[in-house]
Design a protein around this ligand. Structure first.
Ligand code: PMV
Length: 326
């Protein structure tokens, strides 16, 4: 039996960084996905291969490279951890062949590792006959996400599991939001690597140096996410776009934007976007632009012209999907 599971990427619409201080963030699943195929393999080894051109076998605590050398272990390890978590949870010892294919760019804040972990858990669980609930699929990959992100909020594998739009607040957890309208966006990738933890620390430093200035901004950012929820529920795209622009100003104020991001943000606005902002940690990585349904090509061209790599995307309501091939 072969089982495949797919899970979508995510983008943060509003509230990144401010979410660390217990304000709400609004997160949306997008139509880019990773798929993971799992089948049984004789013996107790876990063989993992990825369309990034890397593969190898995990035998106990050892890694035997096949393609991509020993360095590929870091890329494949989260898959092993997610599959092993399922085996341990079910008290099983099996060998598995795991194949990964993804069209989500990695390490730019689009939630590739969370989607990968959720899809691995869902596919492995089904292969072994476990009927995992969505909650279990969202919760089990925590170790795999910890390997990648050190201190993950859990948001990436949660949105990958449920799809759609969710509101996340540390003290309240996750609230799914019903959004009837299409949300067409263009993502612009600066191609600049960044480390989420360092940017979170930078913002924290600024808050500590200027609490009288930054604390009110944090409160305002919370209001902004609440207004965003209303705009989404009412399907008011003009308001949503303007709120994204305001959010970009707040992110600039806490010091996590940079020249490359600003360039793409202004290019997207000039290209007809209803609003644009960085998404995720900032300091590089990606920005998002809200588009009208027919406006995405022009925005993508403007982003490309400004030196970014555009990705045309939209909200997807589908979360993890699992299917079985006999
Ligand atoms: O770029 P990402 O997906 O790693 O986003 C990080 C979001 C932050 O709010 C900056 C950090 C966090 O843990 O919430």
């Amino acid at each position: 039996m072969r089982v495949t599971a797919s899970a979508p990427a995510k983008t943060i619409l509003t509230g990144e960084h401010f979410v660390v201080y217990d304000e709400p963030a609004v997160v949306m699943a997008i139509d880019r996905q990773v798929s993971v195929t799992v089948e049984e393999r004789p013996g107790g080894e876990l063989h993992v291969s990825s369309d990034l051109g890397v593969s190898g076998t995990f035998v106990g605590g050892d890694y035997r490279p096949e393609m991509g050398g020993l360095e590929a272990r870091r890329t494949l390890e989260p898959v092993r951890i997610a599959a092993q978590t399922v085996l341990n949870t079910l008290g099983e010892r099996r060998g598995l062949n795991i194949t990964v294919a993804s069209d989500i760019p990695m390490a730019v804040g689009l939630g590739s590792s969370g989607a990968l972990a959720a899809a691995t858990v869902a596919a492995t669980g089904r292969l072994l006959g476990a009927g995992f609930t969505p909650r279990e699929i969202a919760d089990l990959p925590f170790e795999a996400e910890r390997f990648v992100h050190v201190k993950p909020s859990g948001i990436d594998q949660t949105i990958a599991t449920y799809g759609g739009v969710i509101v996340y607040r540390r003290s309240e957890g996750i609230t799914p939001l019903r959004v009837e309208v299409e949300i067409p966006i263009v993502i612009g990738n600066t191609g600049i690597p960044r480390t989420t933890g360092k940017l979170v620390e930078f913002a924290r430093g600024r808050k500590e140096r200027f609490p009288e200035v930054i604390d009110p901004l944090i409160t305002v950012a919370g209001q902004l996410s609440r207004s965003t929820v209303r705009a989404l529920q009412e399907g008011d795209m003009e308001r949503l776009g303007e709120l994204l622009d305001i959010n970009q100003g707040l992110l600039s104020a806490i010091g996590v934007s940079n020249e490359a991001l600003e360039r793409l943000v202004y290019a997207a606005r000039g290209g007809g976007a209803l609003g644009a902002k960085l998404t995720g940690a900032g300091g590089g990585g990606c920005m998002i632009a809200l588009s009208t349904v027919g406006g995405r090509e022009a925005i993508a061209a403007a982003i490309r012209e400004a030196g970014g790599v555009p990705i045309i995307a939209r909200k997807t309501d589908g979360g993890v999907r699992v299917w079985v091939e006999e």
